[in-house]
Design a protein around this ligand. Structure first.
Ligand code: CA
Ligand code: CA
Length: 249
């Protein structure tokens, strides 16, 4: 009986893989297509398995540029034993959108964690495994834009500074041009199983707002396909020779 259960588990997991980052020079750069502007919210989501050690690791740096202030830069980073998310840029002026969560390393390390950051015109909220772990309130009278080619879109490093390279695994990285509700985030977490963000299900009704979605299931090659129709494919950098893939679930 035990054998049957294990086999079933492998079968269900077969399509959910992830990309391993070495903490040295591995990162993904996104080829930007189909710019979106004038929207009132943006959400970022990804599965991560990490030691959650104390060094800085920037999971998402979308829209930043080295040495230049861009209009919109979306960041999710761990540093100083905190998970942080914010949007910054010339469109935001001095408005601080920073939300932080002080985590307990032992509660996260080497477990697959679903992280989500949701930005509206009045708040930033961080979710871990479908639950809110922090909200910051602010007032922002502008809008949001993505893929506007003013900055680079990178997964796994800080565009403007070294020392933030990710060591760990990421999968199912996604960006929406809307603020997901708490119920939607919970649905996407799926109680720990991978939910396909391409299709609406249950409380999740924002699949049409998905503008970039890198499942990281390829297994070979240096291209990460964008699972949306927007063609924002990713290029894998720094992974020489055999690329390590691990099952997400
Ligand atoms: Ca790490
Ligand atoms: Ca490498």
């Amino acid at each position: 009986m035990k054998k049957v259960v294990i086999l079933l588990s492998l079968f269900v997991s077969a399509n959910a893989q992830s990309l391993s980052f070495d903490g040295e020079d591995d990162y993904v750069s996104i080829n930007q297509n189909n710019a979106v502007s004038g929207v009132s919210g943006v959400s970022l989501g990804f599965w991560v398995k990490d030691e959650w050690e104390s060094d800085k690791e920037m999971f998402i740096d979308f829209g930043g540029a080295s040495g230049v202030d861009t209009p919109y830069r979306y960041v999710v980073v761990k540093e100083d034993d905190k998970l942080k998310a914010w949007v910054e840029g010339t469109s935001f002026g001095s408005t601080s959108t920073l939300v932080t969560y002080s985590y307990d390393q032992s509660s996260l390390q080497n477990n697959w964690i679903y992280a989500t950051a949701v930005f509206t015109t009045s708040s930033s909220t961080l979710y871990l495994n479908g639950n809110s772990v922090g909200t910051a309130s602010f007032s922002y009278s502008g809008d949001y834009a993505i893929f506007d080619s003013n900055g680079d879109y990178h997964i796994g490093k800080n565009t403007g500074a070294s020392g933030f390279e990710v060591s760990g695994n990421l999968g199912e990285v996604a960006i929406w041009d809307t603020a997901l509700t708490a119920d939607e985030v919970s649905t996407l977490y799926g109680s720990g199983s991978v939910v396909d963000a391409s299709a609406n299900s249950g409380s999740y009704v924002s699949s049409s707002n998905l503008k970039g979605y890198w499942k990281m299931n390829e297994g070979t090659g240096t291209t990460l396909s964008d699972a949306t129709s927007n063609g924002n494919d990713g290029t894998i950098n720094g992974l020489l020779g055999v690329r390590m893939h691990h099952r997400l679930r």
